[in-house]
Write a protein that binds this ligand. Structure first.
Ligand code: 5AD
Ligand code: SF4
Ligand code: FES
Length: 367
């Protein structure tokens, strides 16, 4: 191992250059040392209990047209669906009975009043059927302040909105002209101000993205004082403008996975006490990808609760796993994967990040 790496891994505070150096590691021994350091910080800061967030993929209707995403408005090959209120409640009952701490309601973006009301009703019902026990996270894209407020008042307390990349110029190359980086940033600030526990994240290994961009993403997370991070490798989807953006995908996917794992480790080392998800996209590249994510510093898993009949409709990227499985199967499978690596599931607990708990006391916006 290079002495420079050893030195950086002993530091308490990392500079931008340090972040870049760590993210650029290719040597397996250095990478193992990076993951080990991240794991030690995870143990110290958040422990080795993994919290389950049951994921409901509510609908694949989307008004947006992101160049990377399989359910973008422009993809006519997708059969569109929206779950009924009762179907969502059914999934939520499963999560509650299985003693998950919370559920995540995710869908393509819609801003019409009918949708806003639908979500408002759903949030209220989830609270009712779970005796207020289940935490509710929304992941429903950019909305007006009024909408975010209505959903918060109804009972949602966490919101996931990935910035996708903190580089505005890169963001522009990945989205059509009517998608606005500044508006997304403003949405994150609004969520924070309204009192949500805010989660954000990026895709790793995007076409045109440099290691310096990723280092800046890590610094961005810190500056925005977020409580939760969800990141995964960019994986080309065959029916999108970026389908051919990584030539020889089969040869490069391993590299793509390793880069994502290094990013998880670096975020753990730099941000310390936040919740970090080990995302499904890791498992799309390698069967054991999510375990690798936990071992690199992540502490959250989002088991899929979506009914099997809808799963093929929600493919944001190729090779998404568990297309033929159901909630019971994924739940058992993930628990086994977690215990296999010597960790436990934090059943029946919300699992707020220590960061959010301490930040709440002095909640004053961006640092
Ligand atoms: N590869 C990886 N992640 C993707 N997402 C969308 N498309 C892809 C892709 N091709 C991610 C985005 C979005 C989240 C719901 O899914 O980061 O915010
Ligand atoms: Fe819609 Fe989200 Fe996909 Fe963009 S990434 S097209 S907003 S579902
Ligand atoms: Fe779905 Fe393994 S995570 S079956």
């Amino acid at each position: 191992m290079r002495p420079a790496i050893e030195k950086i891994l002993q530091k308490d505070e990392l500079s931008r250059d340090d972040l870049i150096t760590l993210l650029d590691i290719t040597d397996p021994a250095e990478e193992a040392a990076l993951f080990k350091r991240a794991y030690a910080i995870k143990q110290r800061e958040v422990g080795t209990k993994v919290y389950f967030r049951g994921l409901v993929e509510l609908s694949n209707l989307c008004i947006k047209n992101c160049f990377y995403c399989g359910i973008r408005r422009g993809n006519t090959a997708v059969t569109r669906y929206t779950m009924s209120e009762d179907e969502v409640v059914e999934a939520v009952r499963f999560a509650h009975a299985a003693r998950y701490g919370s559920v995540v309601i995710q869908s393509g973006e819609r801003q019409d009043e009918e949708f806003v009301c639908f979500i408002e009703r759903l949030v209220t019902r989830i609270k009712e059927v779970s005796n207020n026990e289940l935490g509710i996270t929304l992941s429903l894209g950019e909305q007006s302040e009024a909408t975010y407020r209505r959903w918060y008042v109804a009972g949602a307390h966490r919101y996931l909105l990935r910035i996708e990349t903190s580089n505005a110029a890169l963001y522009k190359t990945l989205h059509p002209d009517d998608h606005d980086f500044e508006a997304r940033l403003e949405a994150l600030r609004t969520l924070y101000r309204l009192g949500y526990q805010v989660g954000t994240g990026v895709m790793i290994g995007l076409p045109g993205q440099t290691t310096a961009d990723l280092a800046d993403d890590v610094a961005f997370f810190k500056k925005m004082d977020v409580a939760m991070i969800g990141m995964g490798p960019f994986i080309p989807h065959h029916d999108t403008p970026l389908a051919a953006s990584i030539p020889d995908w089969q040869e490069h996917k391993e590299q793509q996975l390793r880069r994502a794992l290094r990013m998880i480790a670096v975020v753990r080392i730099h941000l310390k006490d936040v919740n970090i998800a080990s995302t499904t996209a890791l498992q799309a590249i390698d069967e054991t990808g999510r375990e690798m994510g936990l071992l690199a510093g992540a502490n959250i898993i989002m088991p899929n609760l979506t009914d099997t009949s809808y799963r093929t409709g929600y493919q944001l990227y190729d090779d998404k796993p568990c297309m033929d499985e159901n909630a019971t199967m994924c739940s058992a499978c993930l628990e086994r994967r977690i215990t296999d690596i010597g960790e436990t599931v934090g059943y029946g607990q919300w699992g707020d990040s220590p960061h959010f708990k301490s930040a709440k006391k002095s909640n004053n916006g961006e640092k």
